[in-house]
Write a protein that binds this ligand. Structure first.
Ligand code: DLL
Length: 434
C-alpha cells in the first residue's frame, strides 16, 4: 500500500527530533501552567519544585501527577490555563464513575486535536475521495466532533449521522457509498450483525475501513468485525481530558497505536507505587499534554493499562506505540482475590465462536464473590436441546477457568436477548458496589 500521511514531516520525524520537540514544549508548558494554573503551581510548590527544575523530558518524573480526584476537586474551572474569553468550546465525559469531566478548548486546541484525528483517518487509508460516516455520538462526547473535524481536514465527504438509528445508518452507508466508518467497536459489531440479517454480504457493503475506539476491544472482536463488514478495522484511542480521540491511532500494521508524541508525552507507571517503568513494561499510562493551552494537564493518570514500544514500524511512522489497553485499572474486577479484566472473558467467548454479546454479573453471596457470565448463542448455534446447552456451557466454564484461574458460572441465553449498545457498551454489572 502506498504510504500516505497527513503531516509526513511530523509523523516520520527522527527520534532525536521528537525528543527535541518534547523537551522544548515541556519546558514551555510547565512555565505556562506555573503562571496560569494556581492549583497545579501549589502542587509543584508542595514538592519544592519551580519551572527551573524541569529542563526537558528526562525531568518529567519529578512533576506531581494529576488524577481524576484533582479534576473533581478543581471542577469546573480550577485547571484552566486560559481565561474563559479565549476558550471556544467544552466537551465532557458521561460521568458514569463520578462527577463529569469538563475539558476546555481554545480554537488552537481544537485545530491540533482535529489534526490528530486527520492523521488517524489517513493512517486507515482515508483520502479526499473517501466518504466518512461518523457514527460516534455528537455533542458533549468527543468521538463525533473529533472525527468530524479530522474527516473535514482530510477532505472526506463527511456524513455526521451521530450514533443510533441503525436502519438510517445502514441506509446512508448503502446510498452514499460510505467507505470509512467511525464508531465504537461494539456498535460496529451491531451494525455488522444487522447488515448480515438484511442479507448483505461483505462484498455488498461499500465500507473499506473502520476507525473504532472509546472502549476496550479484543483482537478476536477485530477479526469478527473485519469479516462481517469486509473491512480493515483500526483502533483509535483518546480521552476527554486530553482532547478526545486521536491521542493515539493505529496504522496499516494493526499492532498497536502510534501516540502523537509531538503533542503528548507518554509514560507507563506502576499503578501502586507511581514509579516510572522501563519501556516494554505493562502498567498505567500517564500523559503530559505539551501543546494544549486551555486544559494543559501534566502527568495525567489515565488508569488505562498497556505497554509502550518504540520498535520500528513498517508504516514509516516513528512515534512510540501503545498496545491495545487491556482495560482500565478501575475496570479490573477483583474476584475472590483474582484480577479479572472483561477483555479476557471476551477473548475466550470469541475464540469459541460466540459474538461479543455478553454481560458479566459480579455479586457477593455469603461473603464469597460470584462471577456470572451471560452469553448469547449466535443464531447458527441456537438450540433448545438442554443437553447440548449444558455441554456448551461446560466448555466455556473450562476455557474461562484456564484463562482466568477461577470458576465462573456461564449461562447461555437466546440470540438478541442482550441489549445492544450504540455507544460504549456496558459489559459489567458489579452488584457488590450497588
Ligand atoms: O472515549 C474518546 C474517544 C472517542 C476515543 C472516540 C476513541 C474514539 P472518554 O469518554 O473520556 O473519551 O473515555 C476515555 O475510554 O481512558 C479508555 O479507558 C477508554 N478508551 C478510549 N479509547 C480506547 C481504545 C473517549 N481504543 C476512556 N481502547 C479511556 C480501549 C479506550 N479503551
Amino acid at each position: 500500500m502506498e504510504k500516505r500521511y497527513y503531516q509526513p514531516e511530523i509523523e516520520t520525524a527522527s527520534h532525536e527530533q521528537i525528543k527535541q520537540w518534547q523537551n522544548e514544549r515541556l519546558v514551555k508548558q510547565v512555565k505556562h501552567v506555573w503562571d496560569n494554573v494556581p492549583y497545579y503551581r501549589k502542587k509543584m510548590e508542595e514538592k519544592g519544585l519551580t519551572p527551573d527544575d524541569i529542563k526537558g523530558r528526562d525531568d518529567l518524573h519529578k512533576l506531581p501527577f494529576i488524577t481524576k480526584a484533582d479534576l473533581r476537586e478543581a471542577y469546573p474551572y480550577g485547571l484552566m490555563g486560559k481565561p474563559l474569553k479565549d476558550c471556544v468550546r467544552i466537551q465532557s465525559t458521561s460521568g458514569t464513575t463520578g462527577k463529569r469531566v469538563v475539558a476546555f478548548y481554545t480554537q488552537h486546541d481544537i485545530d491540533l486535536w482535529e489534526d490528530c484525528c486527520a492523521r488517524a483517518i489517513m493512517a486507515a487509508g482515508g483520502t479526499d475521495e473517501d466518504v466518512c460516516q461518523v457514527s460516534y455520538g455528537y455533542g458533549l462526547f468527543t468521538g463525533g466532533p473529533g472525527l468530524n473535524g479530522g474527516s473535514h481536514k482530510v477532505g472526506c465527504l463527511t456524513i455526521p449521522t451521530s450514533s443510533g438509528n441503525t436502519e438510517r445508518q445502514i441506509m446512508f452507508i448503502q446510498d452514499l457509498q460510505a467507505t470509512i466508518l467511525c464508531c465504537t467497536p461494539s456498535y460496529a459489531a451491531y451494525l455488522g450483525e444487522s447488515m448480515k440479517e438484511m442479507g448483505l454480504t461483505p462484498d455488498q457493503i461499500p465500507l473499506k475501513a473502520g476507525i473504532f475506539g472509546a472502549e476496550a476491544w479484543s483482537e478476536e472482536m477485530r477479526q469478527d468485525i473485519q469479516n462481517t463488514l469486509g473491512i480493515k478495522a483500526y483502533d483509535i484511542y483518546g480521552l476527554t481530558e486530553l482532547s478526545g480521540p486521536g491521542v493515539a491511532f493505529e496504522c496499516s500494521e494493526q499492532t498497536g497505536m502510534h501516540i502523537n508524541e509531538d503533542h503528548f508525552i507518554a509514560e507507563v507507571i506502576d499503578p501502586d507505587t507511581g514509579e516510572v517503568l522501563p519501556e516494554g513494561s505493562t502498567g498505567e499510562l500517564v500523559f503530559t499534554a505539551i501543546t494544549k493551552e486551555a486544559f494543559p494537564l501534566l502527568r495525567y493518570r489515565t488508569r488505562d493499562i498497556c505497554t509502550l514500544t518504540r520498535k520500528a514500524c513498517s508504516c514509516g511512522r516513528t512515534h512510540i506505540k501503545m498496545s491495545k489497553p487491556m482495560g482500565r485499572s478501575d475496570d479490573m474486577l477483583i474476584i475472590r482475590g483474582v484480577n479479572v479484566f472483561p477483555s479476557q472473558i471476551e477473548t475466550v467467548l470469541l475464540n469459541n465462536g460466540y459474538a461479543a454479546n455478553y454481560q458479566i454479573i459480579v455479586d457477593r453471596v455469603k461473603n464469597t464473590d460470584t462471577l456470572d457470565v451471560h452469553v448469547e448463542m449466535t443464531p447458527a448455534m441456537f438450540t433448545d436441546n438442554l443437553g447440548e446447552i449444558d455441554r456448551m456451557q461446560k466448555e466455556l466454564v473450562a476455557d474461562l477457568r484456564s484463562m482466568l484461574g477461577l470458576t465462573a458460572k456461564v449461562t447461555l441465553v437466546a440470540p438478541k436477548s442482550i441489549v445492544r449498545s450504540e455507544g460504549k457498551a456496558v459489559r459489567v454489572i458489579d452488584k457488590r458496589k450497588i
